[in-house]
Design a protein around this ligand. Sequence first.
Ligand code: NAP
Length: 491
Amino acid sequence: MYPDRTLLAPNLSISRILTGLWQVADQERDRGSLETARAAEALSGYAQAGFDTFDMADHYGSAELIAGDMLSRWEGSPRPLAFTKWCPEPGPMTAEVVRAGVQERLDRLGVERVDLLQFHWWSFEHPAWLDALHEMTKLRDEGLIGEIGVTNFDAAHLDLALADGIPLVSNQVSFSLIDRRAAEHLAATCKKHDVKLLAYGTLCGGFLSDRWLGKPEPEAVKDWSGSKYLRFINAAGGWDVLQRILRAAGGIAHKHEVSISNVATRWVLEHAHVAGVIIGARLGENQHRDDNLNLFRFELDADDKAMLDRAFEAATPIPGDCGDEYREPPFLTASGDLSHHLEAMPSALEAVSDPENPDRARVFSGSLWEPIAGYCRAVRDGERIMVSGTTATHGVDRTVALGDSGAQTTYILDKIAASVRALGGDPKDILRTRMYLRGEEDIEAAARAHGLRFARTPPANTTFLVGNLIGDFRVEVEAEAVVSKTRQKPA
Ligand SMILES: NC(=O)c1ccc[n+]([C@@H]2O[C@H](COP(=O)([O-])OP(=O)(O)OC[C@H]3O[C@@H](n4cnc5c(N)ncnc54)[C@H](OP(=O)(O)O)[C@@H]3O)[C@@H](O)[C@H]2O)c1
């Protein structure tokens, strides 16, 4: 028996259990690189058993090299699939930078085309992510990339990328009985654009398994995956909540004669917008292939799902949307912040202080009109920050997401957030917004995008001023912030 398969794109048939290789980086943490040929042999065992779709990233230790070695020895067709990720530091994403990032993946994997290249971006306030995805699209047309995906994109930015013409097929996100965010807004975005999710963390690093049922919370967790998901478990309400979920899953597992892990994974896999679940593998150590195959021998019924929902009622939903754990506190990552990945978060905007008034600073976005019409993107005076009417202009003169007021609003609110932050404030300090809309048909999508962004810290808002927009703009937004006392430092 092999894992079920599905089409992620018309010519891309994948195993519905993908084999995740982040664990390679963890295995190599203290003892150096795995022996490539031996690890490649272990990987080949997965591929031969039908677990032939591998998920990697540029920073997963030597995973890409191991997969490359395995592919170079593979006989037969089709060859196993090598999915990887490119997670560059925020900065200008020129054609050269993007090509170099993609070429490095090709070289490490030893292939002429990456089957699926998934893009990660640390801060949407830095708009170069759209340049990167457009450049990747050109490289896809050239044949260097098979399909393009993203990882850890929230619903709003997935929608924005698609509205701006990026041909994405998938978004890889955390999704489990503990972290149910992907069943919310992201489900609607996936449905709207027929895009699929690849789910990780479905076993919470192994915590969602028979091994932990009725066991006390471990005092220390050494592996990265375990420490990451312990943060998720704590954010969801702690060990008791996990135990409630394990007990419910245990009862269902008993009924279907499968394991708790099977129930946890099956619950994710049964969501319509999920193409596959990525299960982490520690090469040459534990192997759970036989047990994981049981996933395809049963289905959850309505009673099972209701029981799992009841167990989840005691949990605190993980805050925000998918991917927020990489972008804002509480950073539910392996290290609890981004120190494994970045030294600092570069900003696309810089504050310029006013030589005549030490209380005042400005940011300019470099638009053609700023010097002509005599304004700046935003100005800070004391603790007040005023952000000019902002449109979805990318670079000097390209309008993003033509015709889509919701996606344009998302883009604009990122620019506003970046302006406030460059001036020493925080987007949470925004106390008022005002939205100008092209027509009444733009109101709902723009209002929803605004609502998604400010779900936790809603400002006062003067919306629905319809008319008077020039060019291709469907929306223009102004904002006003007062820097919170806890953050008051000069910009
Ligand atoms: N895009 C991203 O930001 C991102 C983030 C995290 C992960 N990922 C991807 O997702 C993959 C999955 O990793 P993860 O960290 O999320 O871990 P996970 O898949 O939730 O957990 C993997 C662990 O679960 C245990 N396990 C697997 N099958 C089992 C079974 N049938 N019964 C009992 N235990 C079982 C194994 O633990 P033992 O080995 O200890 O037995 C395994 O190491 C990664 O390798 C990576 O490819 C992506």
